[in-house]
Write a protein that binds this ligand. Sequence first.
Ligand SMILES: NC(=O)c1ccc[n+]([C@@H]2O[C@H](COP(=O)([O-])OP(=O)(O)OC[C@H]3O[C@@H](n4cnc5c(N)ncnc54)[C@H](O)[C@@H]3O)[C@@H](O)[C@H]2O)c1
Length: 415
Amino acid sequence: MTEVTLAVVGGGLRGLTYARRAHATGAGRVVAVAEPDPGRRAAFAAEFGIVPELALPGWKDLAAAGRVADAAVIATQDRMHTDPAVTLADLGYHILLEKPMATTEREATMIAEAAERNGIMLAVCHVLRYTPYTGLVKRLLDEGRIGRLISVQHLEPVGWWHQAHSFVRGHWRRQDTSAPMLLAKACHDVDWLVHLFGRPPARVSSFGSLSHFRAEDRPEGAADRCLDCPIEPACPYSAKRLYLGCLGDPDSEFWPLGAVTPGRTEEDVLDALRTGPYGRCVYACDNDVVDHQEVLMEFDDGGTCSFTMSAFTPMEHRRTRLFGTHGYMDGDGATLRVVDFRTGTEETLSLDETVGPSAADGHGGGDEGLTDAFLAAVASGDPSRLHTDAAESLMTHRVVWAAEQARLTGTVVTL
Ligand SMILES: NC(=O)c1ccc[n+]([C@@H]2O[C@H](COP(=O)([O-])OP(=O)(O)OC[C@H]3O[C@@H](n4cnc5c(N)ncnc54)[C@H](O)[C@@H]3O)[C@@H](O)[C@H]2O)c1
């Protein structure tokens, strides 16, 4: 297969993940990076052998260089997707764009229009669509193994420490600097559920709030930082326990520790916790995104879906129950139990290649599956290698915005 050349915008954790996969398989070669952090930029350029002229401080410098690669990976933070995506699409790059596409419907529409106008392939990083597990569930549904899909019960167990890391102390803690949690985190789930049903819902409602991780939940005597806190040893959200516990494990050192500090010694971690955002008490942060949310969807044929996202779980694969007219499926991201009402038989299918759910594990194989599919699509010029295009991603994002509107207004929103 032709090797695809890549320019990476944002040499952070996600940019690295896709670049490493492309290099590991030999399907892609990173020839340029745009990254303002000098340390990250230098490390990225060294790892992928990027020439100094194409190790650039920002996406505008990359755009000014014209089209220097077949495709661009855009892995900047949530509010910095639209301008590089539209500009690089106009330069003719195929684009692998991190989710959420954008934080407003207007901007996401601009991105989808730019993809259409330029005839480029633009894949939003809805990695869940690309796991072997999803492939199995979708294939069985499409084959009619459980008849017509009537309803779905879906849980996203965010995980207590993951919530604290990303949505209380980390980048995605505030709506005004990132996005509502349903968009920042669970746009994956909404996209996945729409993929399973094969169409968007007709109506949505939603409930949810920030019910913990607030000043009023702060235990008596707690300090503003874990390192100064007398009750830290008994706190489930201890930053000291979480981040010191990552040392020595390469996966956990990449994530979540990689977001906290580039250092890998105990002193590096303690320094970061002493001064940086990740050492703050979870009850003394400036967070406002929800810690639990429900979304209810109704489809045009009366099919229904209930989706729960919760911080108050272990961090695990999503759990899903699918109720059909002729059968039932019950999956946990690794195994799928299928009950056939016609025969009364039950079968449990396991996926050998399944890995863990977190970013450190490649999201159940989704990171690898997406990168491989994108590179194959660009190399062959065949968009059908991708499981979704910009227009479909825009549609599933619209469901998220409708659900968020329903939550905020206490209404049922018709799409
Ligand atoms: N698909 C998934 O499952 C998944 C998982 C985690 C995060 N994400 C998304 O990926 C995106 C990146 O997340 P991350 O964890 O890698 O963040 P990160 O902060 O590690 O990386 C973002 C990088 O962009 C760089 N940047 C800032 N301004 C820039 C500019 N002008 N030009 C080029 N680069 C610039 C930053 O310096 C930083 O290194 C976010 O939108 C996030 O929501 C997706």
